[in-house]
Design a protein around this ligand. Structure first.
Ligand code: NAD
Ligand code: ADE
Length: 415
């Protein structure tokens, strides 16, 4: 069995991390028990490119319980938890991932999983889908279907669909209500704060924090940070979302102005060049720069590198840049996902819902791929509801049910 991890002797430690995550992922475990009985993924090869975390390990083990064979690579060169990767390798997963991959190694690992000739492709960010469609077209044409975990990946897949080049159906797991309302908002909200605090141990109370993007991720971050006593400024390009931020009580302004007053900047837009050279030159001495969007293109590292007179690694996860004006700026996690690079990513409780959607979507594709079109589908609402029901049940929360007369009333139009 082939694998490549940082250090296989970390496996014992990784197994304990996975056990800890599993205790907080009851919905995935219920699905896993069902999978174990019915084996819906028997003889299915799955290629997965996900952040290799303890929560991902719980998902992978669930797919294996369902009968699948899994190949796994990282969806970010810096997000792998090496102990978890080691534990998975020891347990028979073909895992090719370690923290601190070069760009070349990152794509080497993606190539390794692509070459398993998968029936199902699970991706976070779209790199595996794009790789298959551009470098391994013969393999892509034989794929039954795929799933996509994050907003940026869904946007890329929709662009592929629009260009008419999509070779297999994909379920946009990100777009499930039980995914983005919880994972993107509460998961990223909390874990982004966690990443910034682990990297800097700074006090947030009294600071001015600029959050770029008021989508699901941005609003989660803004609300959490405000809760810790910071003044929060939001920047946006969408007038409706900007208005929402205003009415949620945040200051809203252009990045040009925010650059002059912020102490901490966090990007969450899924877009490029949100903070660039001109902004850096306006910033105060000591500013912290962090990104929670999928790719490391939001806080322009290229611009920082091009204007800095010197640069040094100050502490784990913190790079100090000295500018020509003598001011120093501090970049966290090299501009990559701060919550996964400087902390452990989302808590297991929210990944429980995201990965329940993944597991159910994979089963859905295996059962129906012959009738699906080569397009991007939302997670069927009945699966989304099932995840919500199971999650509530696991929390011992009961809710009211519509009576027959209530159902009739809300479904009728007569007086
Ligand atoms: P979203 O589409 O809901 O929100 C993005 C927002 O950014 C939009 O409101 C958009 O108008 C705004 N925006 C775009 N360009 C901008 C600019 N130049 N300046 C200011 N605002 C701008 O997306 P989302 O679900 O919030 O996801 C955002 C990013 O976070 C994506 O890249 C997504 O893949 C990623 N993500 C990361 C994690 C994580 O663990 N760190 C988790 C989920 C999603
Ligand atoms: N994305 C954000 N947090 C994550 C986690 N804990 N595991 C896998 N993917 C993630």
């Amino acid at each position: 069995m082939e694998f490549k991890v940082r250090d296989i002797t970390l496996a014992d430690r990784g197994s304990i991390q996975i056990e800890w995550a599993s205790k907080h992922m009851p919905v995935v475990n219920i699905i896993g028990n069902e999978f174990e009985k019915l084996k819906p993924l028997r003889n299915i090869r799955i290629a997965a490119v996900l952040h290799v975390t303890k929560e991902t390990a719980v998902l992978i083990k669930t797919l294996i319980r369902g009968g699948a064979e899994v190949w796994l690579a990282a969806s970010n060169p810096m997000s792998t938890q090496d102990d978890v990767a080691a534990a998975l390798a020891r347990d028979g997963v073909h895992v090719f991932a370690w923290k601190g991959e070069t760009q070349e190694e990152y794509f080497w690992a993606i190539n390794k999983v692509a070459e398993c000739e998968p029936h199902i492709v699970i991706d976070d960010g779209g790199d595996l889908h794009v790789y298959l469609h551009t470098q391994k077209v013969d393999i892509a044409t034989k794929v039954y279907g795929g799933t996509e975990e994050t907003t940026t990946g869904v946007l890329r897949l929709k662009a592929m669909e629009k260009d008419g080049i999509l070779r297999y159906p994909v379920i946009a797991v990100n777009n499930a209500l039980t995914k983005y309302l919880f994972d993107n908002r509460y998961g990223t909200g909390q874990s982004t704060v966690d990443g910034i605090l682990r990297a800097t141990n700074m006090l947030l109370a009294g600071k001015t924090v600029v959050v770029a993007g008021y989508g699901w991720v941005g609003r989660g971050i803004a609300w959490r940070i405000r809760g810790m006593g910071a003044r929060v400024i939001v920047t946006e390009v969408n007038p409706i979302r900007a208005l929402e931020a205003v009415m949620d009580g945040f200051d809203v302004m252009k990045m040009d102005r925010a650059a002059e007053v912020g102490d901490i900047f966090i990007t969450a837009t899924g877009n490029i060049d949100v903070i660039t050279k001109d902004h850096y030159l306006k910033m105060k001495n000591g500013v912290i720069l962090a990104n929670s969007g999928h790719f490391d293109v939001e806080v322009s590292v290229k611009d920082l590198d091009s204007i800095a007179t010197s640069k040094r690694e100050l502490r784990e996860c913190v790079t100090e840049y000295t500018l020509p004006n003598g001011r120093r700026l501090y970049l966290l996690g090299k501009g990559r996902l701060v919550n996964l690079v400087c902390a452990e990513g989302h808590p297991s409780e929210v990944m429980d819902m995201s990965f329940a959607n993944q597991a159910l979507s994979v089963k859905y594709i295996v059962e129906r791929y012959t009738s699906l079109k080569k397009k991007v589908y939302d997670v069927p609402i009945e699966l989304d509801m099932e995840v919500a029901e199971l999650k509530l049940k696991s929390m011992n929360i009961e809710i009211d049910r519509l009576t027959e007369s209530q159902r009739k009333y809300i479904e009728s139009w007569s007086l």
